[in-house]
Design a protein around this ligand. Structure first.
Ligand SMILES: O=C(O)CC1=CCC(=O)O1
Length: 261
């Protein structure tokens, strides 16, 4: 398991796929998941790309610096990883808080970005109050009590019934997330409002929604596509973890955007 050791924490990462001159594609997970949330993308996309995945600080194999975190902390972790791995430029695909991280990179590190895929995210997710409440609850009771409602927000009833093992694997990662790490990311979400800065994003953007996502509904992704300089929006069947629920369509949409433009 490779790690990058930073002054306050280490980042666990993984590289799959094509070697040589193939372009880099970086995946960035959502709150309470780990890099395995992208497993359904690897076989298809690692043919054409060098695929980099990592666990966000406070999640799974990465270290947990003391909370709170800011979106700038999360974006700077990606730049540190790219610097350490001598990755000058990469495509970037992030989901939810991973999509906010992608927007931050589009604004603050445009020279490092090729194309940007923003999934099940928004320029502002939730409210200061909702994230403060979530953080307080988690710090008091841990993550286990959140599991039923989380499963409902993340997957349709049909997917939960037909793919119980895939859902269990994601929820297992969720409950093992460190409370401090989760709380730190709640603080980053409370403080992140990129609506005034979206128009600074010049990288080509593909915004992907889950058409039944109660967290970031299609209108949020449409607003991103309209707000950036060069954006388009596609909606796929599923809820929040749309890359898993609609994996074949997701992979085909991503490949088309990255390869054909
Ligand atoms: O917690 C959720 O259900 C959804 C979510 C918000 C930000 C994120 O990354 O996931």
């Amino acid at each position: 398991m490779p790690f990058l050791t930073l002054p306050t924490h280490r980042l666990h990462y993984r590289i799959d796929g094509a070697e040589g001159d193939k372009p880099w594609l970086t995946f960035c997970n959502s709150l309470g998941t780990d890099l395995q949330m992208w497993d359904a993308q690897i076989a298809d996309l690692s043919q054409e790309f060098r695929v980099l995945r990592y666990d966000r600080r406070g999640h799974s194999g990465s270290g947990t610096p003391p909370p709170p975190y800011s979106l700038s902390d999360l974006g700077s972790d990606v730049v540190a990883l790219w610097d350490a791995l001598s990755i000058e430029r990469s495509h970037f695909c992030g989901l939810s808080i991973g999509g906010l991280t992608g927007q931050w990179l589009g604004i603050h590190a445009p020279s490092r970005l090729d194309r940007l895929i923003l999934c099940a995210t928004a320029a502002r997710i939730g409210t200061v109050e909702s994230w403060t409440t979530r953080r307080t609850e988690v710090e008091a009771q841990g993550l286990q009590p959140l599991v039923p409602a989380t499963a409902e927000r993340w997957f349709t009833p049909t997917f939960r019934q037909t793919h119980p093992e895939a859902v269990d694997a994601i929820l297992k990662a969720f409950v093992t997330t460190s409370v401090e790490g989760y709380a730190g990311c709640c603080a980053a979400l409370a403080g992140a409002d990129l609506r005034p800065s979206l128009s600074r994003i010049s990288a080509p953007v593909l915004a992907i929604s889950g058409d039944d996502d109660p967290v970031c509904p299609p209108a949020d992704l449409e607003a991103i596509a309209k707000g950036v300089q060069n954006g388009r929006h596609v909606s796929l069947p599923g809820r929040h973890i749309v890359n898993l629920e609609a994996a074949p369509q997701f992979n085909a949409t991503l490949s088309k955007f990255l390869i054909q433009g």
